[in-house]
Design a protein around this ligand. Sequence first.
Ligand code: LLP
Length: 447
Amino acid sequence: MSADSSAVRRRMELLPITAVYQASAERSAALELVIGGCRVQALAEQFGTPLYCFDAATLDAAANQYRAALSRWYPAASAVTYAGKAYLSRAIVRWAQRHDLWLDCTGAGEIGIAVAGGAPRERILVHGVNKSDEDLDAAVMYAGVIVVDNLMELQRLALRLRSAQNRPSLWLRLRPGVAVDTHVYRQTGQEDSKFGMSPQEVLQAAHFCQEHGLPLNGLHFHQGSQFRDPAPIGLALHVALDLAAELSASGWQMEALSPGGGWGVAYHEDELPHPEIETYVRFVSQAVVEGCRQRNLPLPSLHLEPGRSLMARAGVAVYRVGAVKQTALRRWLFIDGGMADNPRPALYRARYSALPVTNPERPCIGPAWIAGPYCESGDVLIEALPMPDLAVGELLVVPMSGAYHLAMQSNYNGARRPAVIWLERGEAILIQRRETLVDLLARDVDL
Ligand code: LLP
């Protein structure tokens, strides 16, 4: 837990706005942080803290990079599916429509948000490792594609599809036996993962679909999340394309193929540059084209399923310093949010950066441990970050906060979930209001 002294030195002069901040982040003439054309100080005064801000320009840029790279590298049909588990609300569903993105929804809750946000059936895709009856009913009612996780689910779906008015297409989720290089909690493609079917089970499931006249038209796999090295996707593609070739011999044609999502981002300056979206799309596209050529398969429609690489950089969290404390080994800066709105450091030891919102020219006086207000020693958002002498009441921003924070937040210690705003061309729009005590009590029964 010791500070890197060269990092302290690097930040002595002027704390930099680096590429972990949103594309639109800048300093005003008064050296105040501005995002999406809005002064962060003014946003905090208007909406309170903790506050989550999404920058439309950064979201648009990421979506455009995916589309441009696919049209450059993949010569057949393709689509980008936003993995809603990274963060979903009606405003995000509307944004996804602007870019013709499909939506990956896990279960009836996310399906309900997608429908409320106006997503059309043909762009709703449903995932889930143990879909409940409610999940399956919602999927059959509202989705264009259901990704089947296991053979028992397939049997339950077959019963529903017999009498259903809508018949979503089915894709089978393969467990390729190869995971990507990431934190073990985020690996999903390995042989003993809880997700998906073995190659043998995929063959069984495909034959079941053929026998029962089910609308099977795709294969899917997802090997894990927050990775930089795409090589394991090549290995998994071999397994998937071998299956497609074997099934084509029995008359089935794979129309759609999805190698999932998971492409990583840089959370901290030490991890920059961000992995290039183009590198990922190019690797996958070339591997699919080559793999199909070798097996004499027609090119399927290619579906990428990113969450984090679309959303993370667009979000910034704004906190207020409530107290400063010096203990034997460190300087603590206490802020008004932490593990309730961002459990990632506690769960995965994720590392973040931060900046004060005003007067960045002050020299850093040494490392600070930035901690939240919750009753848990693991509630430390950032360890050993070089920081100036911050006063009580000052604002701090934590960049790269757009993915898997709000989606995994909790009411621990009675925390009320923060307000969320949308920044576009100098305008700030409230897209989720702050929770209140009334919300906390809304499900509560008084005996
Ligand atoms: N497709 C499937 C089937 C997935 O399970 C996931 C993520 C994605 C796509 C999108 O992955 P992404 O592009 O966002 O990496 N809570 C963890 C991440 C869990 C990811 C779960 N599945 C974190 O905060 O790092």
